[in-house]
Design a protein around this ligand. Structure first.
Ligand code: HMG
Length: 287
């Protein structure tokens, strides 16, 4: 059976919620996710608390997790070298996730940097990761277009992929930050980039409205993508992108899709149901 990596993103689900979710509730929810069989949990971020107040307690959340029985790896989002240093001090974290953007406006909104400055930061983060035995997951944020009118086309995506490959990026997650992708573009990008860069693991970090999840996942899977980000019930989105968040790819939809196509996600249905119910309670209370 073909193996598919599913990355659950409670960080993306929580980061835009204004009411502070108590640390204990975050720990309990992430602990429930750690029992299911996900490849990776994108569990928190080491970023400025002024930018994303909800994630101020990421180190405390990490300290409260029991990692003794999980096979899942942990990923933390970082947005500058300060965050990379902070995350790399934790041996429990395997991946540093950096949102590099090919939209000038989004890069500035998200990290107060131009694209030219951000590529230097990415190189510094790759160096920090190397020195601390971590891997970098680079996101190509606004990889499927942007709402600001910044230049975007598939050739631009190809040129940036070439640059990131030359810098030694090994995991590249094409990110549909505001849900603007179409099946044709998803198909084109994954079908062309995956064979061209065999040294890179390409991922799909797709955001979607409820009516479009199937066509997006179907296009990415059929084009050869085997790494998929999502969040239970599609909660969340990036608050730095625009005022109304476009939700994440709902994990339960992905799981039903991969069951249908007989791909192996390594997920335990009973444990998933229990985390799903916890998500319903948590995000019902805090939204
Ligand atoms: C990058 C900065 C910090 C620049 O923000 P800045 O204001 O230019 O930074 P600064 O260096 O001038 O520092 C300002 C203050 O923040 C502090 N600071 C600075 N860095 C840190 C840090 N790491 N941890 C804790 N504190 C930090 C720093 O110490 C200072 O504190 P003060 O002296 O004013 O008290 C800011 O813009 C930021 O934190 N941005 C993060 C945004 C973010 O988390 N976005 C969401 C995650 S990415 C995402 O969702 C996209 C993704 C991954 O899902 C893929 C997709 O869909 O595209």
């Amino acid at each position: 059976m073909e193996k598919i990596k599913i990355i659950e993103c409670p960080r993306d689900a929580m980061q835009g919620i204004k009411a502070f979710i108590p640390t204990e509730r975050k720990i309990s929810y992430i602990q429930s996710l750690l029992r299911i069989g996900y490849d990776t949990i994108d569990f928190g971020s080491f970023v400025s608390p002024k930018a994303i107040p909800q994630m101020v307690d990421t180190a405390e959340v990490l300290a409260g997790l029991d990692l003794s029985k999980t096979q899942s790896k942990l990923l933390a989002i970082i947005a500058n070298t300060q965050g990379a240093q902070m995350a790399s001090e934790h041996k429990e974290i395997q991946y540093l996730g950096y949102p590099f953007s090919i939209s000038e406006n989004f890069q500035m909104r998200n990290t107060h940097k131009t694209i030219a400055e951000s590529i230097i930061t990415l190189q510094e983060i790759l160096n920090i990761a190397d020195a601390s035995n971590k891997e970098v997951v680079a996101y190509l944020s606004m990889g499927f277009g942007n709402p600001y009118g910044d230049p975007w086309n598939v050739e631009i995506v190809g040129e940036w992929t070439e640059k990131l490959a030359a810098m030694g990026v090994k995991i590249l997650s094409l990110s549909d930050t505001v849900g603007s992708s179409t099946p044709d573009v998803i198909d084109y990008l994954f079908s062309n980039l995956i064979p061209k860069y065999p040294q890179i693991e390409f991922g799909a970090h797709l955001h979607t409205t409820p009516d479009k999840w199937f066509e997006k996942i179907d296009a990415a899977y059929k084009a050869g993508c085997k790494r998929f980000d999502g969040a239970i019930q599609g909660f969340g989105g990036c608050p730095m992108a625009k005022d109304d968040l476009t939700g994440n790819m709902p994990t339960e939809r992905m799981l039903s899709y991969f069951t249908t196509v007989k791909a192996d996600t390594n997920m335990q249905p009973m444990s998933f149901e229990s985390a799903y119910n916890e998500a319903t309670k948590l995000f019902g209370e805090f939204h």
